[in-house]
Write a protein that binds this ligand. Structure first.
Ligand code: URA
Length: 435
C-alpha cells in the first residue's frame, strides 16, 4: 500500500475528503487482503460519521465495480436496462418487469440477490419454480437476453468482490446504514453488471433501509449522481414500504402473485408500482415514447391483456424450469392459520420489517447466509392499511410446514399492526420520481 491506512483513517475522521488515488489504493489493497479488517472497520465508522463528497462516493463505487469481473453486454444489440430495488417485503416487481419489458422490446439484463434478514430476494422467488436455474455462464446470460428478451441471474461471486467483503464487515460493525456506503455498494454491482441505463426503486418506510422520505431521497440523489459521474443514466422511483407490497410475502406465493399481475389482475398498489417502474424503464430505453402518457397507456395495455405472461413461460422453459409451475394458485404448506385483530376499526399502521421477520419464522426466508428456505411458506395479506376490519375477518393467512412456530408468528403479526377508530391517511405507493 502506497499510503498509510492510519493516515487515511485520521483524514476521514477529521471530515477531510480522500483523493481518488487514496480510495482506489485502499479498495485494491483491502480486496487483496493487505489491509486488516480492524483498520477497514475504523475507516467505515469514520465514513459513517463524516460522510463522503459526491466525488468520493463516485470513486469508491468505481473502485469497487472494478475490483472483480465486469460483464460486457456489447453482444446484445441496443440499450440494455437494469432495474434494482433497495429491498423490501413482498416486492415481486422484478418478476413482472422482466417479461413486461421484453414484450415492449426493451432488453433487461439483471443480477439479483437472495433474501437476507427481513427482506426477500428475487433469486429465491425464481428458484421456487422447480428446475429453474439462476446461475449462468456469461454466454448463457447473453443468450437469454437475446432470445427471450431478459435474464434474471444470481449475482456471481466474481462481481464486485470488494463490495462483498465490505458488506460483510459493515454488517458486523453497525455501519450498514450510511447513505454513501449503501449508494456505492448498490451502484458498484450495477456498474459491474454492465447495463447502460438503470431504474432504481428506492424503498422508504418501516420495511426498508431508509425509514423516512428525506433519507430515501438523499440515497436516490447520490445514486443518480454516481450515474452522472460514470456515464450511466439513472432514474429513481421512491416508493412506499410501510406495508407489504401486494398481497403475498414468500416465494412460491409471490411468483403466483406476479403471474396474476402479468395476467391482467393483481392488487392495485402493486400494479401501479409495476406500471410506473415500467414507464420509467421504457422512457430510458431506445423504445421511449414521445409522451409519458403514451408510455403508460402501452404498459397498461400489455398488462391488462396478459400479453407478457407467455414471455415468462418462455423464460422459465429456457432457464430449465417447469412452466406448469406458473399455473399454480395454491401453496403446498401443511399448516395454514388465519390471523385476526382483537378489535374493530381501521388498519392504521404496520411495522413492516416485523411482517418480513414473521415470514422468515414461517420458513420463507433465512436469518443466516446459506440457510435453506421453504418455498411453500409465506403470508397472504388480506387487509391493507386504511381498510376497515371487523374481528371476524382475517387480516392475513400464514402458511408453513413448521407447526410449532404458528402461535408466535400469529402473535407477532398482529402486534405489527395498529387499529384506529379514525380512518388514517395512507401513503401513496409512489412518492416521487427523480430523473
Ligand atoms: N443493498 C446493497 O446491495 N448494499 C447495501 O449497502 C444496502 C442494500
Amino acid at each position: 500500500m502506497r499510503f498509510r491506512m492510519y493516515d487515511l483513517i485520521e483524514k476521514k475522521k477529521h471530515k477531510k475528503a480522500l483523493t481518488e488515488e487514496e480510495i482506489r489504493e485502499m479498495i485494491t489493497c483491502y480486496t487483496a487482503g493487505e489491509i486488516p479488517d480492524y483498520q477497514m472497520s475504523a475507516m467505515l465508522m469514520a465514513i459513517w460519521y463524516s460522510g463522503m463528497t459526491d466525488e468520493e462516493t463516485g470513486w469508491l463505487t468505481m473502485a469497487m465495480a472494478e475490483s472483480g469481473e465486469q460483464l460486457d453486454l456489447s453482444g446484445i444489440p441496443g440499450t440494455k436496462l437494469d432495474k434494482h430495488s433497495t429491498g423490501g417485503i413482498g416486492d415481486k416487481t422484478t418478476l413482472v418487469l422482466g417479461p413486461l419489458m421484453a414484450e415492449l422490446g426493451v432488453p433487461t439484463a439483471k443480477m439479483s440477490g437472495r433474501g437476507l434478514g427481513f427482506t426477500g430476494g428475487t433469486v429465491d422467488k425464481l428458484e421456487s419454480i422447480p428446475g429453474l436455474k439462476s446461475e449462468f455462464t456469461e454466454e448463457e446470460f447473453i443468450r437469454l437476453v437475446r432470445t427471450v428478451g431478459f435474464v434474471d441471474a444470481a449475482q456471481t461471486k466474481e462481481l464486485a468482490p470488494a463490495d462483498k467483503l465490505l458488506y460483510a464487515l459493515r454488517d458486523v460493525t453497525a455501519t450498514v446504514d450510511s447513505i454513501p456506503l449503501i449508494a456505492s455498494s448498490i451502484m458498484s454491482k450495477k456498474l459491474a453488471a454492465g447495463a447502460d441505463r438503470i431504474v432504481l426503486d428506492v424503498k422508504c418506510g418501516s420495511g426498508a433501509f431508509m425509514q423516512d422520505a428525506a433519507s430515501a431521497k438523499e440515497l436516490a440523489r447520490q445514486m443518480i449522481r454516481i450515474g452522472d459521474l460514470t456515464g450511466r443514466k439513472v432514474t429513481a422511483v421512491i416508493s412506499d414500504m410501510n406495508q407489504p407490497l401486494g398481497t403475498a410475502v414468500g416465494n412460491s406465493i409471490e411468483v403466483q402473485e406476479a403471474v396474476a399481475v402479468l395476467s391482467g389482475a393483481g392488487e392495485t398498489r402493486l400494479v401501479t408500482l409495476c406500471t410506473e417502474l415500467a414507464v420509467e424503464m421504457l422512457q430510458l430505453s431506445d423504445q421511449a415514447r414521445p409522451y409519458r402518457e403514451d408510455a403508460r397507456a402501452v404498459v397498461r395495455k400489455i398488462l391488462a391483456e396478459g400479453l407478457a405472461l407467455n414471455r415468462f413461460r418462455e423464460y422459465v422453459r429456457e432457464a430449465g424450469g417447469d412452466p406448469a409451475a406458473l399455473d399454480r394458485t395454491e401453496l403446498d404448506a401443511k399448516y395454514r392459520k388465519e390471523v385476526f385483530m382483537d378489535r374493530e376499526g381501521y388498519l392504521a399502521s404496520c411495522n413492516n420489517s416485523e411482517v418480513g421477520l414473521v415470514s422468515v419464522m414461517l420458513g420463507a426466508g433465512r436469518s443466516k447466509k446459506g440457510e435453506s428456505i421453504d418455498f411453500e411458506a409465506g403470508i397472504r395479506i388480506c387487509k391493507r392499511l386504511g381498510e376497515y376490519i371487523s374481528k371476524d375477518e382475517p387480516i392475513a393467512i400464514l402458511y408453513t410446514n413448521r407447526e410449532e412456530v404458528l402461535p408466535e408468528a400469529a402473535h407477532r403479526l398482529t402486534a405489527a399492526y395498529t387499529v384506529s377508530e379514525e380512518k388514517p391517511e395512507v401513503a401513496p405507493v409512489v412518492y416521487e420520481i427523480l430523473r
